[in-house]
Ligand binder design. Sequence first.
Ligand code: 5GP
Length: 191
Amino acid sequence: MKLLEERVLKEGNALNENILKVDGFINHQIDPELMQAIGEDFAEHFKDSGITKIVTIESSGIAPALMTAHAMHVPLLILKKSPSKVLNENMYQTIVTSYTKGTSYELTLASHLISERDHVLIIDDFLANGEAATGAIRLIRKAHATIAGVGILIEKSFQPGRAKLEEQGFSIYSQVRITKLDQGVIELMEQ
Ligand code: 5GP
C-alpha cells in the first residue's frame, strides 16, 4: 500500500536489524486519516471473503482494526492481554510468548462474543515471528470459528512469521513488506 510505504520510509525509525519504531503515526501517536486509508485498503482486499468479524490484539492493532471493521460494516473483537492465569470457564485463553519483548502473556476472548458461525479477519500492526497471530488463531479455533485471512500493516519479511502462517494454509495480506532493517536503513519489497 503506497501511502503506508511512504510513511514507513519517511517516518519509520529502524533501531537495529530487527526493530522498527513507528511511534509517530501507528504505535504511540496515531494518524486517523492514515488509519482510515488502511482500513479501506483491507476492506477492499478482503471484500469477497464473507467476513463477519474483525479480530485484533490489544493495543496497537485496535486503531487499524476498528477502521477496517467500520469500512466492512462488521464488529471488532479485541483479544485482551492479561498477565494472570486465572482460569475462567467463560473465556477462551492461550499463552503467547513475545520474542520482541521477551515476555509471555495470556490472550483471552469471552466465549459469548464469538461462535462457529463467525468467519474472521485478523488484523495486527506487525508480523515478525508470527506468535501473536498464531495465538489469535488458536483462540478463534477454540470457538470453532473460521479464519478468512490475516491482514498486517508492516511485515518483516526476513523473519519467519509469514512462512509459519502460510504453512498452515492462511491467506496473508501485508500492506508493507520489509526485506531489510538496520540502524537507519529500511528496505521494502516491490509489491
Ligand atoms: P510476532 O508475534 O509476529 O513475533 O510479533 C508481532 C507483535 O510484536 C506485533 O503485534 C507488534 O506489537 C510487535 N512487534 C514485532 N516486531 C515489531 C517491530 O519491529 N516494531 C514494533 N513497533 N513492534 C513490533
